[in-house]
Design a protein around this ligand. Structure first.
Ligand SMILES: [Zn+2]
Length: 313
């Protein structure tokens, strides 16, 4: 089987408050159809033990607080999600932004990608990078994120803009529109086509990661228009994925590292649980094993038949 992980930064399960939560009014027909007509809020799983089992999709409320006080953050959340090690507990706090040496070390030793590659599985990161990005890293002006570090820890190559041109990558903004705004000569794609590309990559690999973080940016900016825009784009991407994916052999897993965009009344992250939306093969098994971000890597390893899916602190 294969797993396509759609990692959406800063997307929690919020309340049904129209004045706070853009997921209630954002154009998200595909997601609503999967959830029996309801928007993606915590009321779907309330009183059901954090679980909603639909005809085609299962939704689990996943803890992102990791037993550590304060607001969950990206560096520790992503490291935890992609290593199976509670990085917030290891640091003693939630850490935002880019990973510190402690977190990089956790990823170098325990990265999900490394575990998969060592077990002979084909894993890939669907996002392409620019030469400008590598220049910034090499000049010390930028550091790799937790997700990128997890990929590089496995010795895997990163996709580049040539892969985007060839239809073998999906830029983090889904369509490539922000690349064009930055002056890159790229042809934008529809979100549906981007979703189809991800589904095609999932046919050729055992594990595919796609990362989107403009939801988190919209949350910090408390920008309703941007939030609705990116949520709509992601929903259309999901539509493309579902149209192309072979769900008899592929599990689609949409998940986040912490809440943010679901509550635009604050400019910070939230302590809301995050959604793990599961569609396709193995969704019941995945749902049964996902309670917090620590469980993501072991659950994926178990689904892909890699031994020793659980690692210690
Ligand atoms: Zn953030």
């Amino acid at each position: 089987m294969s797993i396509l992980m759609l990692f959406i930064d800063g997307l929690g399960l919020g309340t049904d408050d129209l004045g706070k939560n853009p997921l209630i009014t954002a154009p998200m027909p595909h997601l609503r159809r999967l959830l029996g007509g309801a928007p993606l809020t915590r009321s779907i799983v309330a009183g059901r033990g954090g679980l909603h089992e639909g005809d085609t999709a299962t939704l689990v409320a996943v803890d992102s607080c990791l037993g550590v006080p304060g607001l969950p953050q990206s560096a520790t959340g992503q490291t935890t999600m992609l290593s199976g090690v509670n990085a917030a507990a290891a640091l003693g706090r939630h850490l935002s932004g880019l990973p510190t040496p402690t977190l990089v070390d956790i990823l170098r030793r325990h990265s999900l990608f490394k575990r998969l590659v060592e077990a002979g599985r084909r894993a890939t990161f669907a996002n392409p990078f620019t030469a400008e990005y590598f220049e910034a890293v090499n000049n010390g002006r930028w550091r790799h994120s937790a997700t990128t570090t997890a990929v590089l820890s496995a010795g895997l190559p990163l996709r580049m803009l040539e892969d985007l041109h060839a239809g073998r990558a999906v830029f983090h903004d889904v369509t490539g529109e922000t690349l064009r705004e930055r002056g890159y000569d790229v042809t934008t794609v529809t979100p549906e086509e981007a979703g189809r590309r991800l589904a095609r990559l999932a046919r050729e690999h055992d594990f595919v990661l796609f990362e989107h973080f403009l939801t988190d940016k919209a949350g910090h900016a408390q920008d309703w228009d941007a939030a609705r825009h990116w949520l709509g784009v992601l929903d259309a991407l999901l539509g493309g994925v579902l149209a192309e994916a072979d769900l008899d052999r592929t599990l689609v897993m949409l998940i986040s590292d912490h809440g943010n965009v679901e509550d635009l009344s604050v400019r910070t992250h939230t302590q809301n649980p995050v959604p793990a939306l599961l569609i396709g093969r193995g969704r019941a098994q995945a749902a049964a094993n996902l309670a917090s971000l620590v469980d993501v890597t072991p659950a994926i390893l178990a689904l892909l038949g890699v031994e020793g899916g659980t690692v210690g602190g």
